[in-house]
Design a binder for this molecule. Sequence first.
Ligand code: CP
Length: 297
Amino acid sequence: MKHFLDIESLSKEQIEQLLQRAFYFKQQVQFPNFENELVAYLFYENSTRTRISFELAAHHLSMKSIIVDLKHSSESKGETIEDTIKTLGAMGIQYCVMRHSQNYLPQNLASMNQTMQIINAGDGTHAHPSQALLDIMTISEKKPDLQNLKVAIIGDVRHSRVANSFQQIALKLGIGELIFVAPPVWQFENLVYGQTCTDLKEGLQEADVVMCLRVQKERIQNEFQLDLQYYRQHYALTKEIISFAKPNALVMHPGPLNRGIEIDKEVAESKNSVILEQVSNGVFARMAIFEALVNHS
Ligand code: CP
């Protein structure tokens, strides 16, 4: 693997290998030593989970991390992102973990003829492939029979790179049933797998996994004026509504949570919630990604 850009670019075998290595790392106390590998982080959008877990993954593998302080970098003087990447590469940095609001920017940068290996930590509304990997790791750890699962994804599907990457990984691995539940203005424009519906109770019926998406206020400001009160009334995961799913249904959320908007405390902190396990698994999934990039496997 030269870059880690999106789930579409990976084969089923590559995904399974990444998962196998992530589970392996979870069992270990000693890890491979990649002390000669240098990784830079270019985050043009905020992040807690993704950036820190990539940093921790690099730390566990003895890689050296360089956080690029974008507020004080030469991009403020007009340097292009392409030149920034080339500049970091010229200093000997081999890997760049990047998050940006522009769809497909990591793919475009990866297609430049340069040595830097690009890792997509989220591009616009397009892809969040490491999130999909940790999500499927968390699901398969608890419910390994993926072919017989029903997964319901609730919320702002249209603007969600998490939902898009999840549908891609569900397609590759053959999740039995995938349903996206969203109000009409937030339905997918690019459904490749599964079905959509607008009724939450219908979507939750017989669900083994319920993944709640964050309402992305920063992406919807002037675009789709959806009344949050209406959203909450019809789509929020409350204690009452979650009972329409199977009693042992996993509750997931990529984070950060808008408590009291898309999910209630009682659901986020219920015994079925695996939200913090998603976060823990993120470190191991990202270790597997780094290893595959270092080894070009
Ligand atoms: N899930 C996720 O991408 O969270 P962060 O924005 O905190 O990285």
